[in-house]
Design a protein around this ligand. Structure first.
Ligand code: BDR
Ligand code: CA
Length: 308
């Protein structure tokens, strides 16, 4: 399957990149970047730096530096000012491609049928692609995204960060005709990396040892999100894992829309769990995962990269 990963690295985005690159099931065409965990300049540099650090030959295309309508917010309170604090990666050797991310997505959509988009950051690039190239949306077989929450948020009580960072873009994406698979917080909070798993990462290789330090940083900044015991949710690898091992997930189909007017609920993913609207579902929502199996597969895939 041909995949473009649209991300904002971001600690957990890094592991989504690595999982995609390590998985033979996926043909990772390229990485597109967006502002989110940090400013676009940083997220693009981080994506390039990680690929170069592991010697993974994939192009990186920078996308939007601002949300469609709202003011820009970044998650430096979680990921630090660089977007990847805690570990100092060597500066990237390759440069970012000249083409804009949405033109690259369009080029690939034109070339291949069944292109899969995997957004793990705010949905600005994807919405802009839909607005700019409406005649190509039929060529996208699905959007498999990390974002939203069924029952709670993490940046406000009701909104999850990726959606809150550009709710108007998310609304365009969820109301497009492209099939959507959504990995919400309710799911990603089931995949927890704690000190034990960080040490497993550390022991994989010298390169992973450096990446493990990023997790230690996150243990402090994410203290309250799941537990106070230093467990970190591995959000962004979830959609990639779904692509390679859908059988370990439970899925429910729901109508999902985005709140863009609410004073207290701006950016909420409104999930019609009880189907009270009787509207046709527009998203497959991942609700449960075998987390033990998830981590086992995840670490086995990471082992592939130890020889890089
Ligand atoms: C999402 O927000 C970002 O901080 C993470 O990278 C993830 O994509 C979780 O809410
Ligand atoms: Ca992310």
């Amino acid at each position: 399957m041909k995949v473009i990963l649209d991300c904002d690295p971001g600690h957990d985005d890094v592991f989504a990149i690595l999982l995609a690159a390590a998985s033979q099931e996926i043909e990772l065409l390229g990485i597109t970047t967006v502002m989110g965990n940090s400013y676009l300049q940083n997220t693009s540099k981080n994506a390039r730096a990680v690929l170069d650090f592991f010697g993974i030959e994939k192009p990186v295309f920078a996308g939007c530096s601002k949300p469609l309508i709202r003011n820009t917010i970044i998650a430096s309170h979680i990921h630090g000012p660089t977007g990847l604090d805690g570990a100092k990666l060597p500066p990237p050797r390759h440069s970012i491609e000249k083409m804009h991310a949405i033109d690259y997505i369009a080029q690939c959509a034109n070339k291949y049928n069944n292109l899969i988009l995997v957004p793990t950051g705010p949905l600005t690039n994807i919405a802009l692609f839909i607005l700019r190239y409406p005649f190509l949306t039929g060529k996208i077989s699905s959007i498999v995204l990390m974002g939203g929450g069924i029952f709670h948020g993490n940046i406000t009580p009701t909104a999850e960060f990726n959606i809150f960072a550009d709710p108007e873009a998310a609304k365009i994406v969820f109301n497009s005709d492209i099939p959507i698979v959504m990995a919400p917080l309710d799911l990603t909070h089931q995949v927890v990396v704690s000190s034990k798993e960080i040490n497993t990462i550390r022991r994989l290789s010298d390169k992973f040892n450096l990446l493990a330090d990023m997790f230690v940083y996150l243990q402090n900044t994410c203290k309250d999100e799941i537990t106070s015991t230093g467990g970190i949710a591995l959000h962004d690898p979830c959609p990639i894992m779904y692509l390679i091992h859908p059988e370990i997930f439970e899925i429910n189909e729901y109508k999902v829309d985005i709140e863009i007017k609410g004073e207290l609920t701006y950016g909420q993913t409104v999930v019609d769990v009880l189907n009270v609207t009787n509207n046709k579902p527009n998203a497959k929502v991942l609700t449960k995962v075998d987390s033990e199996l998830f981590l086992k597969i995840f670490f086995n895939k990471m082992k592939v990269l130890t020889s890089y």
